[in-house]
Design a protein around this ligand. Structure first.
Ligand code: ADP
Ligand code: MG
Ligand code: ZN
Length: 413
């Protein structure tokens, strides 16, 4: 076996592993099945690519998007690694190259769509050629609770068996417990080694407050961040317009953003936010996907976010440059009560309701955390840490407002 660090330097040209990568690489090289949960951009691909190169044989990678496969194959070939893909967009020449390379055992990393692998002819052919490792990327697609459910992903447990019960690594950025347990059950027969890394963003200061005088709470937070770029999330289109107006009157450069605006106005406000300094974007959750502005200095929630996942994604848009960034989330007991009611009154299946109830309970528990908020947050994602020193509870101690009893009444209804 070749030393993983040597491959990291010589093939990929990286000076060091990122958090979590080395342990996962070593577990794969030790022959273990692995479920790796790391945020987007953390470097999950390396966790199956590097072990492949450290030993012999073929790795088959399942990926849901043809565009993603293409990027990865191009990047690997650029590093001088024999790689290819099997998907519906291949031309005959590409197919021939792939088939020949697999037959001659030159192929090292082969990407395949789940639809292709659902075809028994394909898996039998691959099994005959010999597959060493099955890597299932975006493994949350196996779960009905996720936003990305793909029925073909449900077949992958069977594919793994048809490939001779091959060693498997599943990777995803989605950390919630319901999704994780779906991945475990559907893809693995025995529990894989679980790795959860890199969810902490220590430069983000965390704070949550029960709404008392919400406007005053919000304005005093924003006042500490005059002339900085930031986002305020509101729960309705109307609320964004109203708040953007009152902030403008208070001397901020504040702009609304929501899906009900004309496409041109929306694009214009987004451009201003991206290009100018010190703009406050007052937005619904429609804003932010794919926005990569490194110097967003604060994110505020004027109302309870949808879930812990949504909360973390939204505050995660601050401080991408690694410099300190501030967050504040305001929540009201009314928000919680309404949310609870919406779940109970929806036509969703019981199992779905159960999952949504659990998610709401976890969010409320975060709002009412008794000590370090970051510990509570990261524990939800499965990570354990020391008290952070950079959240409201570490800095100010437990808040004076005690909503716990009230909140419990709502949740136990
Ligand atoms: P993920 O799948 O977790 O979202 P990727 O595997 O696409 O992340 O990697 C994100 C980026 O990080 C890629 O450009 C990759 O080359 C880079 N990267 C991965 N590992 C390292 C490392 N150890 N050092 C530097 N860059 C890395
Ligand atoms: Mg990825
Ligand atoms: Zn803390």
């Amino acid at each position: 076996m070749i030393d993983p660090r040597k491959i990291l330097h010589d093939v990929f040209g990286f000076p060091s592993f990122r958090e979590g990568q080395e342990e996962i690489v070593r577990a794969v090289l030790a022959g273990e099945d692995v479920l790796a949960i790391m945020p987007t951009g953390a470097g999950k691909s390396l966790c199956y690519q590097l072990p492949t190169l450290a030993r012999e044989g073929l790795t088959v990678v399942v990926s849901p998007l043809i565009a993603l496969m293409r990027d990865q194959v191009a990047a690997l070939r650029h590093f001088g690694i024999e790689a290819g893909s099997l998907n519906s967009a291949n031309d005959p020449a590409e197919n021939r190259r792939v088939v020949d390379a697999v037959r001659e055992k030159r192929m090292r990393i082969l990407y395949a769509s789940p639809e292709r692998l659902a075809n028994t002819g394909t898996t039998e052919w691959l099994a005959r050629s010999g597959v060493n490792l099955l890597a299932i990327d975006e493994a949350h697609c196996v779960s009905q609770w996720g936003h990305d459910f793909r029925p073909e992903y449900a077949m992958l447990g069977e594919v793994r068996q048809r490939l001779g019960n091959v060693q498997t690594i599943a990777l995803t950025a989605t950390a919630d417990v319901a999704t994780r347990s779906d991945i475990m059950h559907r893809l693995f027969e025995e529990e894989p080694r679980l790795f959860i890394h890199g969810f902490d963003r220590p430069n983000l200061r965390l704070a949550m407050q029960a709404k008392e005088h919400s406007r005053r709470q919000l304005f005093s937070f924003l006042d500490k961040h005059r002339h900085e770029s930031g986002i305020v999330y509101c729960s309705s289109r109307d609320a964004t317009e109203r708040l953007a107006d009152s902030l403008s009157q208070a001397g901020y450069r504040a702009l609304p953003y929501h899906a009900g605006m004309h496409q041109q106005d929306r694009a214009k406000n987004q451009d201003i936010f991206l290009q100018e300094d010190g703009v406050v974007m007052v937005a619904t959750v429609a804003f932010g996907m794919g926005i990569d502005k490194p110097d967003v200095r604060f994110v505020a929630h004027a109302a309870l976010p949808k879930s812990i996942e949504a909360y973390y994604q939204e505050i995660g848009r601050a401080g991408r440059d690694g410099a300190p960034a501030d967050t504040l989330t305001l929540y009201g007991l009314d928000d919680m009560r309404l949310r609870r009611l919406q779940i109970e009154e929806s036509d969703a299946a019981d199992e779905q309701k159960r999952v949504e109830r659990q998610r709401l309970n976890a969010l409320v528990a975060l709002c009412e955390a008794p000590r370090c908020r970051r510990q509570t947050l990261l524990a939800y994602f499965g990570e354990t840490t020391e008290p952070c020193g950079n959240c409201d509870l570490c800095i100010d101690g437990v808040m004076s407002f005690d909503g716990t009893i009230e909140a419990q009444k709502i949740l136990s209804a």
